[in-house]
Structures are given as structure tokens and as C-alpha cells.
Design a binder for this molecule. Structure first.
Ligand code: ADP
Length: 285
């Protein structure tokens, strides 16, 4: 059974001029279908403006589509009456960690979400401990978030969402403002949540490398889903990805170029290790 199932989702932004008159209509989601199973790690890829954030906002009802159907954990997300049920099961993490931190001490920040849900105090502190531990931030629980690095702040934001115990976390470009070290920290924390706690993970990103370990990836362009499959299936279609102005993971690109030069390398190479092994097999080493 699907955890998230969307059929023919359509959403338009009404554009207005300075006087508030309708100036145009932009279709940001155009006939989008999704099928995401419980516990899956799904990447949504696409160039800037392709509709990824708009889609993410539908998954916890920050936006509602005009047409189509959307089911989240068996609840109809087109029905306003289900707003809180849907929000409880799908947590969101956004791009800028500074906009998501609300308290002056890390543990209070993580406690904020469950407090708002009315969780009893004893249970809140258990959850704060567990969540900070899973993202490797327990040693910082009494620190001020202001003193943390971008990657650490983003991990605190993820712990804050985890403490509300959602079944699914949607992360909208969570590493876009981080340096490579921070990006790696956040990616590792996310992947561990998915692997160990079986939390459904939906990662919106334009860094192709971040999707390599996903179970499934969707590629969006101009509001439409234009490719879907395993990362291996998607990244072996180098020419198509380039048509959608997307980068290709370095090793997939190198393998593609070598194939064009006549080397008989298999399709679907994604990592340095896989390329090294394929080259060794080819040359009998
Ligand atoms: P992405 O996340 O892939 O960058 P978005 O979902 O943010 O894409 O945007 C999809 C399209 O909708 C873009 O053309 C963007 O300019 C437009 N858009 C996004 N938010 C708004 C808004 N609040 N009002 C009008 N247009 C918007």
C-alpha cells in the first residue's frame, strides 16, 4: 500500500500586478502522480523553478491542489478537515536552519514541537534525548543554537521534527545553505533515520549526489514529473538529464564519457568503487 499516493495533481499560482489585478497564471504542478511506500527514501530532483517546493508543500497541506487526488497515510489531503492529521504524520524541514530554530537552548528548541502537540512533559524529555541522539547532537543539548555550525543547526531542526514522531519527513533542499562538511553531516543523519527508524524520507534536492542512495527518484521539469525510477535507472540516462539542465553524478558522467569513447562499461555505474571494479573487470586486473 502507498504511504503517499497522488494522481493528476494540479496547482496554479495566480500572478498579480502592483494593483492586485490578475496578471497571469503559472502552472506549478501539472498532472503529477506519485507513489511512495512506507519507509521508502525518495528523492525529488529538478532544476530551479521546476515545482519541487510546491509539491513538498502539498505533502503536509501547506498548499492544496485545485485538481487531482492526494492521499497521505490513508488520509485525503484534499480535505481541509484532515489538516492536523496529515501534519502530524508528515514533518517538514526547510532550507534555512536559522528560520526553523525558535528557542535559545538546543533542547528547548527540540521540545517545542511536542510541547505544542500537548505531549506530557516526561515523554517530551525522552523524545528530546532520543531525537538529539539519532542526529548526533545529544552532546550539544544545553548549547545555544546560535553558536552551532549550519550543519549542526540543520540537524537540530531535524531532531525537532523527529521529536513530533512523524511517520514521514519531507526535507526541502535541507543542505542548500551548507558547506560540504555540513551537507555530509545532514545527509548521514537523514539516511540513518530512514535506515534505522524506518521513517519515510522525501528529499527535495538539486544535488544529484544526494539522491544516489535513494530507493526511488522523481525528476521534475516545468511542474511535471518527467522521469522516475531507481537512481541507477535515472542516472544512466545522461543525455535526458542534461536536457532537463541537471548535473549527473561525477562517476556516472565519467562512465558515460568512457562508453562514448568505446569502452564496454555496463550501464548504471554511480560510485567510484563501481567504476573502479568495472574497469578492473574490463582489463582483467
Ligand atoms: P522549485 O522548488 O523546483 O525551485 P517552486 O515550486 O519553488 O520550484 O516553483 C515552481 C514555479 O512556481 C516557479 O516558476 C516559481 O517561480 C513559481 N512560484 C513559486 N512560488 C510562487 C508564489 N508564491 N507565487 C507565484 N509563483 C510562485
Amino acid at each position: 500500500m502507498s504511504f503517499i499516493k497522488a494522481r493528476s495533481l494540479k496547482f496554479e499560482y495566480i500572478q498579480r500586478d502592483e494593483e492586485g489585478n490578475v496578471d497571469g497564471v503559472l502552472t506549478a504542478l501539472d498532472n503529477v502522480d506519485l507513489d511512495i511506500r512506507p519507509g521508502e527514501f525518495v528523492a525529488v530532483l529538478g532544476h530551479n523553478g521546476s515545482g519541487k517546493s510546491t509539491l513538498a508543500k502539498h505533502l503536509n497541506m501547506l498548499l492544496q491542489a485545485e485538481e487531482g487526488t492526494l492521499w497521505v497515510d490513508g488520509k485525503d489531503a484534499m480535505d481541509g478537515a484532515n489538516l492536523w492529521d496529515v501534519r502530524k504524520c508528515t514533518g517538514m524541514v526547510f532550507q534555512n536552519p536559522d528560520n526553523q530554530i525558535v528557542a535559545s537552548v538546543v533542547e528547548e528548541d527540540v521540545a517545542f514541537g511536542p510541547e505544542n502537540l500537548g505531549v506530557p512533559t516526561g515523554e517530551i524529555w525522552k523524545r528530546v534525548h532520543k531525537s538529539l541522539q539519532s542526529v548526533g547532537m545529544e552532546p550539544y543539548r544545553s548549547h545555544s543554537p546560535n553558536k552551532l555550525s549550519g550543519g549542526q543547526k540543520q540537524r537540530v531542526a531535524i531532531a525537532g521534527v523527529m521529536a513530533m514522531e512523524p511517520k514521514c519527513i519531507v526535507l526541502d533542499e535541507p543542505t542548500a545553505m551548507l558547506d560540504p562538511h555540513g551537507r555530509r553531516e545532514v545527509l548521514e543523519a537523514m539516511e540513518a533515520l530512514n535506515r534505522e527508524k524506518k521513517i519515510t524520507l522525501i528529499l527535495i534536492t538539486h544535488y544529484m549526489e544526494e539522491a544516489v542512495h535513494a530507493d526511488k527518484a522523481y525528476v521534475m521539469d516545468q511542474g511535471r514529473v518527467v522521469m522516475q525510477g531507481t537512481p541507477r535507472e535515472i542516472f544512466s540516462q545522461v543525455d535526458t538529464l542534461q536536457k532537463y539542465r541537471l548535473d549527473v553524478p561525477q562517476m556516472a558522467l565519467l562512465a558515460h564519457e568512457l562508453r562514448k569513447e568505446g569502452l564496454e562499461l555496463p550501464e548504471g555505474i554511480l560510485t567510484r568503487q563501481e567504476l573502479a571494479e568495472a574497469l578492473c573487470r574490463l582489463y582483467g586486473a
